[in-house]
Design a protein around this ligand. Structure first.
Ligand code: AMP
Length: 145
């Protein structure tokens, strides 16, 4: 399955924050959209970084509550791994496993056009396995599952 197939169902909406956004405001955004990470972007299109709940937890543990007043640029990851819509689901799974992160922005010609999360990967993988199982069951028994 290609990433473009996932985005077609899920949509291309990406929640972004500017580098100047405070970490406290970021927490409000993550809670409002029920997500675990936001792409950091000055113009809402070019990926300047990514900041996840893990970055907030790590910074809070290391530097204390003062972090909440700091801009997200102080805690975000700037070397972001991205994929194109042509990438396969397996490529993203490998990237997430090797990099130990759960979010991958999708970019075309330098412009953001979606995000794939670990939740999307698991959901689509289960869908693939269920389809495969019913095809095999049908093949073996001649019955529809
Ligand atoms: P996550 O598992 O996505 O919550 O992120 C874990 C750590 O990886 C955090 O420090 C994130 O800033 C960072 N991170 C998340 N997504 C990416 C990505 N696509 N490329 C590089 N780092 C990332």
């Amino acid at each position: 399955m290609r990433i473009s197939d996932i985005l077609r169902v899920k949509g291309e909406q990406v929640v972004t924050v500017t580098p100047e956004t405070s970490t406290e405001r970021l927490l409000g955004v993550l809670a409002e959209y029920r997500i675990g990470a936001a792409v950091v972007s000055r113009d809402g299109s070019v990926v300047d970084g990514i900041v996840s709940e893990r970055d907030v937890v790590r910074a809070l543990a290391q530097r204390g509550a003062g972090v909440l007043a700091e801009p997200v640029s102080a805690i975000a990851t700037t070397r972001v791994r991205t994929v194109t819509p042509e990438a396969q689901l397996e490529d993203v799974e490998r990237l997430m496993t090797q990099g130990r992160f759960r979010h991958v922005p999708v970019v075309v010609d330098g412009a953001l056009c979606g995000v794939v999360s670990i939740g999307d990967v698991v959901k689509n993988r289960i869908g693939e396995l269920e389809t495969e199982r019913s095809t095999l069951t049908e093949y073996i028994t001649g019955d529809r599952a």
